[in-house]
Design a protein around this ligand. Sequence first.
Ligand SMILES: CC(C)(COP(=O)(O)OP(=O)(O)OC[C@H]1O[C@@H](n2cnc3c(N)ncnc32)[C@H](O)[C@@H]1OP(=O)(O)O)[C@@H](O)C(=O)NCCC(=O)NCCS
Length: 183
Amino acid sequence: MKSTLSIRPETPDDAEDVRRVVAGAFGGERVAALLDGLRESVAWLGLGYVAEERGAVCGAVCYTRAWLDAPTRLYEVLVLSPMAVVLERQRTGIGSQLLDESLRLLREREEPLVFLEGDPGFYSRLGFVAGAELGFTPPSVRIPSHAFQVAVLPGYDRASMSGALVYPDVFWRHDSVGLRPEV
Ligand SMILES: CC(C)(COP(=O)(O)OP(=O)(O)OC[C@H]1O[C@@H](n2cnc3c(N)ncnc32)[C@H](O)[C@@H]1OP(=O)(O)O)[C@@H](O)C(=O)NCCC(=O)NCCS
């Protein structure tokens, strides 16, 4: 059967649908509120992609601006967050296609690196490796080393690009960095 799934850049008209998908997949407002904050911040690049099936948005991924504090200078890099697929369609391959196609489109932009915090069981299938493997350190000690991952893009230069990922303040304002102990 022909697939009805399409992956395309997010447009301003998608914002509400993307928010709904994110709130549903993460089971609450916390990550959706971070997304609202990202959209209003200097980190926002208008760089999101959606998965659409029969006219309905069923998955979304956003890439925003952050920095790498390398020995000789700061480099602009991307952070993947949030990424979500509607609950009833998870584990059917939508997230993988969305991630794969969005990374293909990002390779046309000459960006050097995409960082994320996430489960390597999902992201390592599509080219992400542990940040430490390439000489990167996370923005917080509360990010488990296996969760701190990176994918290299065409603008990457191994000789000059190492050091700490620096998050924009919006992640801190939303206390959305790493893990905190359950209380
Ligand atoms: C994570 C998420 C975006 C993945 O999208 P998806 O469409 O469910 O993923 P896919 O079906 O393309 O691939 C899933 C595969 O990755 C593997 N995987 C490993 N860890 C996983 C995880 N934490 N979540 C989902 N898949 C995971 C699965 O084994 C699965 O393979 P299988 O179906 O052969 O077992 C989606 O499940 C989701 O929205 N989850 C809730 C929100 C979330 O956690 N977002 C990511 C935060 S970093």
